[in-house]
Design a protein around this ligand. Structure first.
Ligand code: FAD
Ligand code: DLZ
Ligand code: SF4
Length: 509
C-alpha cells in the first residue's frame, strides 16, 4: 500500500535529502518530473536542461536500485501535465494518496506553487547547507550591515575547517592579499574533467535537441558529469590539477582559456551531486598533505562555506520580492549582445561566447565583464537576473539572485555589496589579455575607438552622484571626476549617451 508521495526536484539529487530521510521506501513513492513549467520559466540553456534531466534520470535509477519505488515523468510522456504541482496531483490520483513530502525548493516561485498545490505538501527544511536559515537569521539579527567576512568566520569555527584550535590556520582568516594575480602567460593544467555521454545522457541530448534548440546555447559537445560517481571524479581531478593555482589566478581572464584554475563544481554542488562539506574537506586535505598552498585552499573554502552559504541566507531573509528590486531605477532593455548579437567589445564577446558554448563563465567574467557592463549601461536588473538564471548551468534563484540583484547590479540597495562593482576598462586590462585583441582602445577615454567601459564608468558615477558620492569608499573617485576638466566631462557624458542610444536602437557597440 502506498501512503505518501515524496517529491524530489531536479536540484535535489542527494540521497540524504530531507524528504527521502523522512520517507519510507516500503510505503512511499518518489515523484520526479521533467516539466516545461520548470524548463521554460526562463529559456534555460540546453546544456543546463540536459544536465538536469540526465542527472534526474540516473538518480531515479539509483533510487530504484536502493529499493525505492519511483514514479518518473519524462518530458514527452503524453499524460505529463508539465508542472510540478500538476504532476503531484496526477500521481496522488494514480496512487490514491493525499499527502506529499517535499524538501523546500530554492526558489520562492516554486515554494508558492507547492503551497497552493491541489494536494497538501509538507515542506521540510533543505538541510544540505552548513547554516540553517534560523542560524543565519540569528547571525544577521541586530547587525547594521551583513558583511560576508564575519559570517564566514562563524562557518570556519562551526566546521573546524582550516582551524588550529580557536585560531585560523596560517595565522589569518583570509589570504586574498596573496591572490588575484593578473593572468599568467600560459595556463598549465588540463581543465575540468570531461565525460563521454552514456546512453541515458544521449537519449536526453536527443530530447533536448528536439525540444529546446530555440534556447540560447550550444548543446554539443556535452561533457558534464551526470551522476555522483562522476562528480566525485571531477572533484578529485580539480583537487589534483587546479586547486594549487586556484588562488593565484582566481580573478584572471585569458582569451581562449575558459576555465583557468576554477573548479567548475558549482553545477554539481547546486544539483546535489556533491556536498559542500566533502568538497571543502577534500581541499583542506590537499593543504594538510602539502599538495596545495594555504592561499588557494582558504580562498576556495571561503567561496563555499562563506559566499555560497551567505547568499542563500540573504535570499531567504530578503523575501519573495527580492528579484523585483531596482534601487538604482535602471530600465534599459537587455541588448541583443547578451544573446550573442554582434559586439566589438572583445571581453564581452568572449564571455558571452563561452557562456553560449559551455553554460559556464567564471566569477570575474560574470561580475566584472557582463555584470559590470549591464550595471554601467543601466540595464533593467530584472532582465539581467532572468538572463543569468537562464544561461548558467549552476543557476538556481537562491544563489543566482543575490549574486545578480545584490552583488552585481546593486539593485537591492546595498544589502550584499557595500559599493557597486563598477570599473573602467583598466581593471579588465589588468586582469586579462582581452584588450590587446579588441577593436576598442582601453587607453582611450574619449573619441573614436574609446573603450565603452571607460565612457560608461563615468556616466554611471555621474548619474548616481547623489547616491554614492558620500560613500567613503568612492569619495576619491568622485573627487577625480570633479577635478576633471569640465569640457572633458561633458565629452565623456555626451559620447556615453550616444553609445547607449546606439545600443538601444539595435546598433552594434
Ligand atoms: P570556483 O571559482 O571554482 O569556486 C568554487 C565554488 O565556490 C563554486 O563552485 C561555488 O559553489 C562557490 N562560489 C564561489 N563564489 C560564489 C558566490 N559568489 N556565490 C555562491 N557560491 C559561490 N554561482 C552559482 O552557483 N550559481 C549562480 O547562478 C551564480 N550566478 C552568479 C552571477 C553573478 C553576476 C556573479 C558575480 C556570480 C554568480 N555565481 C553563481 C557565483 C560564482 O560566479 C560561481 O559560483 C562560480 O563562477 C562557479 O564556477 P566554479 O564552480 O568554477 O567556481
Ligand atoms: C532548473 C530546472 C529545470 C530546467 N527543469 C526541471 C524539471 O523539469 N524538473 C524539476 O524537478 N526541476 C527542474 N529544474 C529545477 C527547478 O527549477 C528547481 O528545483 C527550482 O528552481 C528551485 O531551485
Ligand atoms: Fe573590453 Fe574595453 Fe578591453 Fe575592449 S578595450 S576588451 S571593451 S575593456
Amino acid at each position: 500500500m502506498v501512503t505518501r508521495l515524496v517529491l524530489v526536484l531536479g536540484d535535489q539529487l542527494s540521497e540524504g535529502i530531507a524528504a527521502l530521510r523522512v520517507a519510507d521506501p516500503a510505503t512511499d513513492v518518489v515523484v520526479m518530473a521533467e516539466v516545461m513549467g520548470e524548463a521554460a520559466t526562463v529559456p534555460h540553456h540546453p546544456k543546463k536542461i540536459a544536465f538536469l534531466f540526465a542527472a534526474m534520470r540516473k538518480f531515479a535509477d539509483r533510487l530504484r536500485a536502493a529499493g525505492w519505488r519511483v514514479a518518473y515523468s519524462r518530458l514527452d510522456d503524453p499524460e505529463n501535465s508539465q508542472t510540478i504541482a500538476g504532476e503531484l496531483a496526477r500521481r496522488a490520483g494514480e496512487f490514491g494518496v493525499s499527502e506529499v513530502l517535499a524538501t523546500e525548493p530554492g526558489d520562492w516561485r516554486l515554494i508558492a506553487e507547492l503551497q497552493s498545490a491541489p494536494v497538501p505538501v509538507r515542506l521540510l527544511e533543505d538541510d544540505r547547507f552548513l547554516a540553517s536559515q534560523a542560524e543565519f537569521e540569528a547571525w544577521a539579527k541586530g547587525r547594521t550591515s551583513l558583511r560576508m567576512e564575519y559570517f564566514y568566520r562563524e562557518m570556519r569555527r562551526k566546521t573546524g575547517l582550516l582551524m588550529e584550535g580557536d585560531a585560523p590556520a596560517g595565522g589569518k582568516w583570509n589570504f586574498d592579499h596573496d591572490n588575484r594575480k593578473p593572468a599568467p602567460d600560459e595556463v598549465t593544467g588540463p581543465g575540468p574533467l570531461r565525460f563521454e555521454p552514456d546512453p541515458v545522457t544521449e537519449a536526453v541530448l536527443d530530447l533536448v535537441d528536439a525540444r529546446f534548440s530555440g534556447h540560447f546555447g550550444t548543446l554539443r559537445p556535452f561533457w558534464f558529469a551526470t551522476d555522483r560517481d562522476q562528480a566525485l571524479r571531477a572533484l578529485d581531478h580539480f583537487i589534483a590539477h587546479a586547486l594549487p593555482r586556484f588562488g593565484d589566478y582566481q580573478d584572471a581572464m585569458l582569451d581562449g582559456e575558459r576555465f583557468l584554475y576554477h573548479s567548475v563544481l558549482s553545477l554539481y554542488l547546486n544539483a546535489g551531486l556533491l556536498e559542500p562539506l566533502e568538497v571543502c574537506r577534500a581541499a583542506e586535505r590537499a593543504w594538510l598533505e602539502g599538495s596545495a598552498p594555504i592561499n588557494a585552499v582558504e580562498g576556495f573554502i571561503r567561496q563555499i562555506i562563506g559566499w555560497r552559504e551567505y547568499v542563500r541566507g540573504i535570499y531567504f531573509r530578503e523575501g519573495p520580492d527580492y528579484t523585483a528590486r531596482n534601487s538604482l531605477g535602471h530600465d534599459r532593455a537587455l541588448p541583443a549582445l547578451f544573446w550573442g548579437g554582434p559586439t566589438k567589445m572583445r571581453c564581452v564577446a568572449q564571455a558571452v561566447a563561452q557562456t553560449r558554448d559551455e553554460a559556464y563563465a567564471h566569477h570575474i567574467q560574470r561580475l566584472m565583464v557582463t555584470g559590470n557592463f549591464a550595471l554601467l549601461a543601466g540595464i533593467d536588473p530584472g532582465q539581467v537576473h532572468a538572463w543569468y538564471l537562464a544561461v548558467y548551468a549552476d543557476a538556481f534563484e537562491w544563489v543566482e539572485a543575490p549574486n545578480v540583484i545584490g552583488m552585481s547590479q546593486f539593485a537591492d540597495g546595498g544589502v550584499v555589496a557595500s559599493k557597486p562593482y563598477v570599473s573602467s576598462g583598466n581593471y579588465i586590462n589588468k586582469m586579462s589579455d582581452h584588450c590587446g585583441a579588441c577593436a576598442y582602445a582601453v587607453t582611450k577615454k574619449t573619441g573614436e575607438g574609446a573603450c565603452p567601459f571607460n565612457l560608461l564608468y563615468w556616466h554611471f558615477l555621474d548619474r548616481h552622484r547623489e547616491r554614492f558620492a558620500g560613500n567613503p569608499r568612492m569619495g576619491q573617485t568622485y573627487r577625480t571626476w570633479a577635478r576633471m576638466d569640465a569640457g572633458k566631462r561633458e565629452t565623456i557624458l555626451r559620447e556615453a549617451d550616444a553609445l547607449l542610444e546606439r545600443m538601444s536602437a539595435g546598433g552594434e557597440v
